[in-house]
Design a protein around this ligand. Structure first.
Ligand code: PLP
Length: 385
């Protein structure tokens, strides 16, 4: 054979040399089939988009995490929410969405779902399960929950909503990024589709985008699989490998995020600049009873309400922070802070906050250093008071 041909064939048949702890990171769009008949044998994998060794290993790990029969991977957390919704809904359907849903999910509902003829209505995150069910019409096909709610941390009675919805043949979906599938397992509480942004705690290092949708029901699994096929979603082996690496240490990291977060939250509670700490795992906080009933733990994400102050004072507080980065997203090893009000404008059922709302992600740093950082922020805040 000529050089051109020899170099294209060389090394292509090397078997795996040894078993490693992690899966092989296979790079491949094309999957080679053993014979002509296999090309159109739909019981086998015929294309790389369906995922290779690392993707399969991650799916298996996430099924173990979520107590799921099938888990589907999407290239971002948002794609997991929107992909699952598109797979389950059709024109003429109605979806009830919790008003405290992650804002980009709301954008998708208001623009894309609306454009495709799905009616979207938002319900009060503090509504009881019965009140949510009273909003359902014969067209209601899906209830989309998130608990605690994005930015404002309202807790929902997820098991009750899931139970009542199932009795009426309405599917439920929960964005469980805060619980990470670890401190709350939606499927074991009767939710049909458990979605999370793996980008956050499962990844844990603020460097990979991915999302997952986990289900137990075979019919729903078939719908999600078809949705994935039609939309063409795929994730790379490298990214799946990184996610699997994060999954290995998820419980260890979460325990530290929880402990650190609660230490910072308790310190904030005692500060004169702080009106209220909104952390579901903090005794006495809004939503604590539902959290204590349903969750086995917490993460490092919560909010607090500052004393009423001009925007310049809030900016001075944030700008004085050195350990807390100013940035969106969360779930990584590092601490982050944002002010929330600019994102709350579209809400129809916003709870009252008597001052500016700040969200913190407490990372894996030493909590004493984080508290010192916040104290410096409060000094700058007071200087503008
Ligand atoms: C970040 C986030 C998402 C989206 O995840 P991406 O991977 O950033 O697309 C979805 N839901 C919630 C609650 C989130 O916080």
């Amino acid at each position: 054979m000529h050089d051109e041909t020899r170099l294209i064939r060389a090394g292509a048949k090397q078997p795996l040399k040894a078993r490693t702890v992690g899966p092989a990171v296979q790079k491949g769009s094309t999957v080679l089939l053993p014979n002509a008949e296999a090309l159109y044998d739909h019981s086998r994998q015929t294309y790389g988009r369906e995922g290779l060794a690392a993707q399969r290993a991650l799916e298996e790990g996430l099924c173990a995490l979520e107590a799921a029969r099938r888990t589907f991977l999407y290239p971002s957390g948002l794609a997991a929410v929107t992909g699952a919704m598109l797979a389950l809904l059709r024109a003429g359907d109605e979806v009830l969405v919790v008003d405290s849903i992650y804002r980009p999910t709301r954008r998708f509902c208001d623009h894309l779902l609306a454009r495709y003829g799905v009616n979207v209505r938002y319900y009060d995150p503090l509504a009881s399960a019965e009140e949510v069910m009273a909003l359902c019409t014969p067209a209601t096909r899906l209830i989309a929950m998130e608990s605690p709610g994005s930015l404002t941390f309202e807790m929902q009675d997820v098991p009750a909503i899931a139970r009542l919805a199932r009795a009426q043949g309405i599917a439920t979906l929960m964005d469980n990024t805060w619980g990470a599938g670890l401190t709350f397992r939606p499927l074991t509480h009767g939710v049909d589709v458990s979605v999370q942004a793996l980008t956050k705690y499962v990844g844990g290092h603020s460097d990979v985008f991915m999302g997952s949708a986990a289900v137990s029901d075979a019919g729903l699994a078939a719908q999600l699989e078809a949705g994935q096929l039609h939309m063409g979603w795929a994730v790379t082996g490298e990214d799946a490998y990184q996610m699997l690496r994060g999954l290995r240490t998820l419980p260890t990291r979460m325990a530290r995020h929880e402990a650190n977060g609660l230490e910072v939250a308790r310190w904030l509670e005692a500060r004169p600049e702080v009106l209220e700490v909104i952390h579901p795992a903090l005794p006495g906080a809004r939503g604590h009873d539902l959290w204590a009933r349903d969750f086995t733990g917490a993460c490092g994400l919560f909010a607090f309400v500052l004393q009423p102050a001009p925007e310049a004072a809030v900016h001075a507080f944030l700008d004085a922070l050195k350990l807390f980065g100013l940035g969106f997203s969360w779930g990584g090893f590092e601490s982050l802070a944002i002010h929330c009000h600019p994102q709350l404008g579209e809400r129809e059922h916003l709870a009252r906050f008597d001052g500016p709302l700040i969200r913190l992600h407490v990372g894996l740093e030493a909590s004493g250093d984080l508290v010192d950082d916040l104290a410096a922020g409060f000094a700058a805040f007071e200087a503008h008071g």
